[in-house]
Structures are given as structure tokens and as C-alpha cells.
Design a protein around this ligand. Structure first.
Ligand SMILES: Nc1ncnc2c1ncn2[C@@H]1O[C@H](COP(=O)(O)OP(=O)(O)OP(=O)(O)O)[C@@H](O)[C@H]1O
Ligand SMILES: [Mg+2]
Length: 467
């Protein structure tokens, strides 16, 4: 059987190395030799090998240490270690360090070949499993949309269901949560996919131009209108009009848009002939339209007309399950040579705040890929403003969360915090006031009140016990 598989033999004993190399080459393996762990690590950094066979006891790094380091560079490369006869300890240690198998010295050539074959078979099996798992994971993708969180899966299902009708859709979510991606996915998975998807950013076009932009104008409609011009409604005929930042649509136009949606026809500026408008409307905003309605900045009737199918995308920090698949997709999008992210770096990414949501995550990945040339993005390649999971900010969130679970009032949290700071300054109120950012008198008042309350509370408890 032709093998064509590549392996490295690591041993400081030259005779042993050569003996094994000859044996393996005769079996059709491509063999490289390394006289030390560092030499072997150097080799795997450059090229991927199918297997590493290494002695444990060597000057410099041991085989066990090498396995550890190899795991960070090439987590999928299997290692078989050679242990001295009778040394059970190092056999156990070898397996614990992550070696796939071990063989005790001295050994027969057949035995070492068999061990090797078994290890390679297992690796092939694992690769196959990974491939299958990845194929299953494809369900974490719907068109361009990526996500594994329950929220995102619900959105997949909703998008799939509504893609084929022409009900208006209103997508809401913070900046960078993927509103435009959702809009595109709806369009390209529906029966309008062959027709145009026309996006317009309502906040980017001056109020005076917006009407003619949307509905078109006839020649002479206003100064400078030397020719007539089609509007975006007509450009999108049969397809989808994506009204981005709909919250910024000026009130004057909200009425006109409502008319167009109700009558399913438009009137170009300066014209008196109505033109039928067969478009599906998808609107998006990162504003709170309910608040905008309350303050009179957004028409209620238009809101209900648009909000036939509401899609709300939660912020990324509320769906950390989506971070790993997004990271993988962004790495693929911004590099072309199979680069990745180290487990430690992934942990950092999962625990970061992501005020800018997926867009910020994407920018972070793109920058890290550009600034480092290692195969895997390391935790150090990520900007420092990402809170470390163990940092005060991270645990601060945990504290707040537990306070929320206990349903503490803001006042109670403040009191607890004031107490803590006072304790950390050894009771020094001047210092504590500085840390808390309040003036000293306020702190005195609060501290007195807290003390009085504490006394009352304990007094009551004692009283209760007595009574
Ligand atoms: N679920 C997702 N799957 C794949 N890519 C995503 C997803 N969410 C966001 N992105 C990517 O993040 C970036 C920002 O997404 P998008 O432009 O859709 O956000 P947005 O909600 O429209 O933001 P804004 O409110 O600022 O306009 C894009 O590059 C997009 O490809
Ligand atoms: Mg957008």
C-alpha cells in the first residue's frame, strides 16, 4: 500500500533515528529527522506532518514538553512517544500530555510500524469526524447569515418563512448587529431574488433630495431638474427596497412613504400621474422607534405599516454562542491561507463587550490578521481594551448580575459599594470620596445613614429574637 504520509522522527540518538528512518522509508513514508524537540518544533511550524514519533528523554526539552508545545502550534498533529521499558510513569505522563500513543523501548520493527499505522488511522478517523461535524455546523449558516445562538436560529427560521411573501419587514438592532445582512438574506432567499435589491440610507441623503430620490421627478419639477429621473421605487420594481436608518426619515417624507405603501403606487415629484409600485419594503433602524413615536418624531401609522414582520436582532454580547462561528467566518473572509485563532484568543473574544457588535468583531479580526503573521491569532494580537475574563470589569459584570438576581435596588448596591470602598481605604473617607467620585459631605451623609440603617436592622433582628 502506497503511504505518502509524512512523519518526523525525533531522537537525540543518531543510530536510533537512522534505523527508524530506513524502516519507515521502506514502508513508503516520507521521513524527516530531528535531533531535538526544538528542531522538531521548527519543522512542524513550517510544514504540516501527519505524525511525530519522538523519544521522551532528550537533552534540552523532553518529548513530553514537546507534545505540550506542539498542541499550541498544531493541535491536530498526533504524537507517538517512545518510552524506556518499564517506565510506567512516563507512559502515563505521555498520554496525559496529549500523546496519541506510546511504545516502549526496545521494540521490534513490526511493533513500531503497527503502532504508527494505528495512530495514523485514528487521526484519519478524527479528521473525518471533524469534517462531518463541520458539515453539520453548516446549519449555523443561512446564506450570509451566521449564528448558533437560539436567538439567531429563530431569526433563520423567520427569515426562511417570510422570504417568499411580500409583507413589509422592520429589522431593529444596535449598530453592527447585522441588520443589512438579514435584509439581504431575506431578499436573496425569496422569489424576488432575481429582481433588484435597492438599498437607500435615509440618513445619508439631504431632506430636500430624498423625495425625488425615492419617487423620482419629472422634467422641470424644480430648478435644476433638466430631465426626468426615475426613483428608487421604480429601480426596485419587482424586487426589494431596503430603507436603512428609517428612524432618520424626515417627518415630511414619512407621510409620503405611507401613502406609497398604502396605495402601492408612487407619484414622481412634479408629476401628476401615479405609477404602480410593486416593491417589497424592508426597513431597518438602530433607533427605538417606540420612543420616537412618543416624542412625535415618527408616525405611528407608518410604524405599523412597516412593522408587519418585526425582526429584532439582539446585541452580540447577549449571544456569545455566535462569536466562535462569526470569528471563523471573519478569519476566512479576511485571510486566504487557512489561518485561525488560538483557544486563548477565542476566550478573550467570547468575553469581550462588543459595543459595536459583529462589525467591531469583524474589524478586530481583520486588524489582528493584518498585524500579525502567525498562523493563529494569539490573545496578545488582540487590542487591550478587550476586557480580560478575569479582569475587574469582567467580574464587575458578574457582581452586577448576581445583584440583579437578588433584586437589589440601586440604593442597596450603592450602599454595598460605598462600604466596600470605605473598607478598601481603611475607613479614610477623603480617599473613598475620591474613588467614588462624590464629594465628602455626601459620603458622610450616606455613611451615617447606612450605619443607622444597619443598626436598626440588626437591632430589629435582636429584638425579634428576644420577643
Ligand atoms: N449574523 C451575521 N453573520 C455574518 N456576518 C455578520 C452577521 N452580523 C453581522 N455581520 C457582519 O458584520 C458587519 C456589520 O453588519 P451590518 O452592516 O449588517 O450591520 P447593521 O446592523 O446594518 O449596522 P448599522 O446599524 O451600523 O448599519 C458586516 O460586515 C456583516 O457582514
Ligand atoms: Mg446597516
Amino acid at each position: 500500500m502506497a503511504k505518502h504520509q509524512s512523519l518526523i522522527v525525533v531522537d537525540d540518538d543518531q543510530a536510533m533515528r537512522e534505523m527508524l528512518s530506513v524502516l519507515f522509508r521502506k514502508e513508503g513514508y516520507a521521513v524527516r529527522e530531528a535531533a531535538s524537540a526544538d528542531e522538531a518544533l521548527e519543522l512542524v511550524r513550517d510544514t504540516e506532518f501527519d505524525l511525530v514519533l519522538s523519544d521522551i528523554k532528550m537533552p534540552g526539552k523532553s518529548g513530553i514538553q514537546m507534545v505540550g508545545e506542539l498542541r499550541t502550534i498544531r493541535p491536530e498533529t498526533p504524537v507517538v512517544l517512545m518510552t524506556a521499558f518499564g517506565s510506567i510513569d512516563s507512559a502515563v505522563e505521555a498520554m496525559q500530555a496529549g500523546a496519541l500513543d506510546y511504545i516502549t523501548k526496545p521494540f521490534e520493527p513490526e511493533a513500531v510500524l503497527l503502532t504508527l499505522e494505528r495512530a495514523l488511522e485514528r487521526r484519519a478517523l478524527e479528521q473525518e469526524n471533524r469534517r462531518l461535524r463541520r458539515a453539520v455546523d453548516r446549519t449555523s449558516q443561512f446564506g450570509e447569515l451566521i449564528g448558533e445562538s437560539p436567538a439567531m436560529r429563530d431569526i433563520f427560521a423567520l427569515v426562511r418563512r417570510v422570504a417568499h411573501n411580500r409583507s413589509n419587514v422592520l429589522i431593529t438592532g444596535e449598530s453592527g448587529t447585522g441588520k443589512e445582512v438579514v435584509a439581504r438574506t431575506i431578499h436573496y432567499h425569496g422569489n424576488r431574488a432575481e429582481k433588484p435589491l435597492v438599498p437607500i440610507n435615509c440618513s445619508a441623503i439631504p431632506e430636500g433630495l430624498l423625495e425625488s430620490e425615492l419617487f423620482g421627478h419629472v422634467r422641470g419639477a424644480f430648478t435644476g431638474a433638466h430631465t426626468s429621473k426615475r426613483g428608487l421605487f421604480e429601480d426596485a420594481r419587482g424586487g426589494t427596497l431596503f430603507l436603512d436608518e428609517i428612524g432618520d426619515l424626515p417627518l415630511s417624507l414619512q407621510g409620503k412613504l405611507l401613502r406609497a405603501l398604502q396605495d402601492r403606487e408612487i407619484r414622481p415629484v412634479g408629476g401628476n400621474k401615479a405609477i404602480p409600485a410593486d416593491v417589497r419594503i424592508i426597513a431597518a433602524t438602530n433607533q427605538n422607534l417606540r420612543k420616537a413615536m412618543e416624542s412625535g418624531r415618527f408616525r405611528e401609522d407608518l410604524y405599523y405599516r412597516l412593522n408587519v414582520i418585526p425582526i429584532e436582532i439582539p446585541p452580540l454580547r447577549e449571544r456569545p454562542e455566535d462569536i466562535p462561528p462569526l470569528v471563523q467566518a471573519f478569519v476566512e473572509r479576511h485571510s486566504d491561507n487557512g489561518r485561525g485563532v488560538s483557544p486563548a484568543a477565542m476566550q478573550r473574544l467570547i468575553h469581550a463587550e462588543w459595543k459595536g457588535n459583529a462589525r467591531e468583531l469583524e474589524n478586530t479580526i481583520e486588524r489582528a490578521l493584518a498585524l500579525s503573521d502567525s498562523k493563529e491569532i494569539q490573545a496578545e494580537d488582540l487590542p487591550l481594551e478587550l476586557p480580560d475574563p478575569a479582569s475587574s470589569l469582567g467580574s464587575g459584570r458578574v457582581l452586577i448580575r448576581s445583584a440583579a438576581l437578588r433584586k437589589l435596588s440601586l440604593r442597596e448596591i450603592e450602599d454595598l459599594y460605598i462600604d466596600e470602598i470605605l473598607e478598601s481605604t481603611g475607613g479614610n473617607k477623603v480617599q473613598a470620596a475620591k474613588v467614588l467620585g462624590i464629594d465628602r459631605k455626601t459620603l458622610y451623609r450616606r455613611a451615617e445613614r447606612t450605619a443607622a440603617e444597619t443598626m436598626r436592622a440588626t437591632g430589629a433582628a435582636i429584638g425579634g429574637a428576644r420577643g
